[in-house]
Design a protein around this ligand. Sequence first.
Ligand SMILES: [Fe+2]
Ligand SMILES: [Fe+2]
Length: 425
Amino acid sequence: MVNINMPEYRISVDQIQPGVFVRLEKTSWFDHPFLFNNFMIKDDEQIALLKKLGITELICIPEKSNVLPLRPTEKRAPVIVKDTELSQDIIDHLWDIKRERTERLREKKKHLAICEERFNACIRTFDTILKGMLGGNGHSVEKTLAFVGNLSEYFLADRESTLHLMNVMDHAESAYSHPMNVAVLSMMVGKEAGLSLEDMTTLGMGALFHDIGKSGIPKKLLKKRGELTKPEQELIAQHSALGAKMLNDIEIFPKAAARIVAHHHERMDGSGLPEHLKGDSIDRLARIVAIADAYDNHCNHPDQTESLTPYLALSFMFGQQKRFFDVEILAMFIRCLGVYPPGTVVQLSNGAIGMVMAVNPKNQLNPSVVLYDSDVPKKEALIVDLADEPDLRVEKSIRLAHLPQEVFEYLSPRTRITYFVDQNM
Ligand SMILES: [Fe+2]
Ligand SMILES: [Fe+2]
């Protein structure tokens, strides 16, 4: 790489040589056959293609270049490139690849819409069930068991699954998206941990109702912002025991799931609540829910300005909070979410900025990323599957506060980070 402090600058197409990293400017993504607007010049053939496309000027990005462009007065030794007819073949071929990618992108978006619809259906079902449970309707437990049983079977299906970022904007839904999120994340870990169908269902039930005891805590207190007094903290801490009691009072509610609810704020080092249990005395499934719950609370803090990005939430939990959690389960959790979990804004190795949309735990270094490109309308934003792009990788995560306003608005990081799982086709 050349001097990284050098700013970008405009060059003529005659100045480029292999190894120069360029950005196509004044050319819409739709008007050129390359897959990206930013790339490193590979060979002389590519330079000939740029000329053939009528591109006369480009932006050089020294930070990413292996060599600097020629000076305007400098001349390269003449290079032999294939004849123009062959170049046209190459251009046609590039267009074919780009068209195929665009088609795949369309399919992917359709698939994502179906996944989002299924997620919303789950939220609606959960809403009805929860209201029924709180209203003392015994049938609700049966309905929940059937609902969670289906989810468990879905999770355990013998196919690879992908964790997707969902588009939850509706305020009313956000009340249900915390328990749903905790359930989805817990069950994803449950699959990774090799749980049986029965344990998965117990885990799902415990996760969905982990905070049901909050219905017995004054709303005003739950919504209070800022420091809580000691008595207020103690009152809120009672929601685990309160929830477990409510559920144990329902005869057919699985006792093992109520135990998860009782233990979900216990911590491995004994600093948790309400019983200060330590290590193995905490229910194993509750240790899974504790991690998913803490993660969701970090990402979706009631005070938005306090929310952490998914990447920072994981770093925080694996760093400062490691002693609270079962380290083996925490490692599984990170394996499921990837190093850059969906919802993280990242910079790619070609300089592009995007947001991680989905990750396949089997290929977590290569997530799907939706790219910012001011030339492409937001609705048609390009999604790249890094698994398909051997030359591209995630370089770093970017803090939202560091994003230029127009990039922030384009990628519109969600008001809530909500996940759902999709089985790969
Ligand atoms: Fe809780
Ligand atoms: Fe919670």
